[in-house]
Design a binder for this molecule. Structure first.
Ligand code: FAD
Ligand code: NAI
Length: 325
């Protein structure tokens, strides 16, 4: 059995931020997917690609700002200044603002890859369960491999975390912090999005719309050169159609977009995020982390406002706690 002082589960933004912070301490980071980034995801669609998870991020904390400045120097991040809209009484209207927003380039997962540069990840290793044996933890992968660790940090979404911790009392956390799903639909459209007040927009918040949560025009982001648009559905709409055929969802969202903006988009694909966002992003744990047991911590966006920056700061904080032992 391999032993590590610190085991990190999940190589999304939180796990990667923690690993970077631990650079002088021995650790192993496990990731179930083929690459890093988690919900900073893009999907290949024949010759094209589209962001299917986070569409952008904002920067408010100097620690995140410093890292994003480095990512910009490396060409992995660029500012994004879309002509913004929103929905009022389900009608699209212009909604300009001065918020600074950023995107990964050429796709959102570039930020994940940037954060992973100095981090050696054990990819395609899905942890199935974490048990405690005396002072140590035993991590078992779905392939049956076992590792021991003095400390463990879990950065998966809350429901996936609870699957791993069947031996621990986590009711308080799982009852308080829940996550809601999002259907993401990619469509192609050659015509621009024009609001009811006549302005052209590159992105649109959902406002009071029952089905649209966010819409973005891919080519308005640096490095994208397609006619693709990405539509996130609201949690309510997604919950209603959670188990519906993705092809139906794609057609439905495309048709709704066409009716709303009087365009002719075509459905490309729909992707279901079962654990997309905190049900109530205002509910947070202090510094985005929580100690389940001595040496066992959880961290992630669902404890930190449901944003990329929150996940990053939670990861840093968790690493500092792990190093204090
Ligand atoms: P994750 O990214 O979920 O990382 C967890 C990692 O753990 C994943 O890589 C997963 O594969 C891995 N994992 C899970 N289980 C296991 C296991 N058993 N063993 C090993 N590995 C495992 N944020 C914004 O700031 N702006 C936005 O516009 C925005 N839009 C979004 C739109 C959508 C549709 C979604 C889904 C999210 C959006 N977000 C947005 C949220 C943002 O993506 C997250 O806050 C952030 O990426 C979360 O990072 P994380 O590290 O906490 O979790
Ligand atoms: P932000 O500061 O750009 O927006 C925060 C919120 O303010 C928006 O959700 C929107 O409601 C409102 N807002 C901001 N500018 C607006 C404008 N010009 N017109 C109308 N409303 C406006 O971004 P921040 O704080 O970094 O938030 C992250 C974003 O990620 C949020 O929009 C959140 O909903 C989204 N998100 C989506 C998820 C999903 O599953 N669809 C998951 C997690 C986050």
């Amino acid at each position: 059995m391999t032993h590590t002082p610190i085991a990190i589960i999940g190589a999304g933004v939180a796990g990667l931020a923690a690993a970077r912070e631990l650079s002088d301490t021995d650790y192993i980071i496990f990731e179930k997917s083929r690459g890093p980034g988690g919900r900073l995801a893009s999907k290949r669609l024949n010759d094209l690609r589209a962001d299917i998870g986070a569409q952008f991020f904002t920067v408010r904390d100097p620690r995140f700002e410093e890292t994003i400045a480095l990512a910009m120097d490396a060409g992995a991040v660029q500012p994004w200044a879309p002509r913004m809209g929103t929905f009022q009484q389900s009608r699209a209207v212009a909604s300009p603002d001065t918020q600074r927003r950023y995107v990964g380039t050429p796709y959102m997962n570039a930020l994940g890859r940037f954060l992973a540069q100095s981090v050696e990840i054990q990819t395609e290793k899905r942890i199935a369960v974490v048990n405690k044996d005396g002072d140590r933890f035993i991590l078992t992968t779905t392939a049956g491999d076992r590792y021991t660790a003095d400390q463990v940090l879990i950065t998966t979404p809350v429901d996936q975390m609870s699957d791993l911790l069947v031996d621990f009392d986590i009711d308080e956390i799982t009852q308080k912090f829940t996550m809601a799903p999002t259907w993401t639909t990619v469509v192609s459209a050659s015509e621009p999005l024009v609001t009811d007040d006549g302005g052209m927009i590159d992105a649109c918040f959902g406002g009071d719309h029952p089905a649209f949560d966010f819409i973005s025009v891919e080519h308005s982001k640096s490095g994208r050169n397609s006619d693709l648009l990405v539509i996130h559905s609201t949690s309510d709409w997604t919950t209603t159609y959670l188990e519906t055929d993705p092809k139906w969802v794609a057609q439905e969202m495309s048709a709704l977009l066409n009716d709303t903006f009087n365009i002719q988009s075509n459905p490309v694909v729909s992707h279901r995020w079962r654990y997309a966002r905190p049900t109530d992003p205002r509910l947070t744990a202090q510094k985005g982390i929580y100690q389940i047991d001595s040496g066992l911590w959880i961290a992630g966006d669902y404890l930190a406002g449901g944003r990329v920056e929150g996940a990053f700061l939670a990861g840093i904080e968790a690493a500092q706690r792990l190093q204090r032992v």
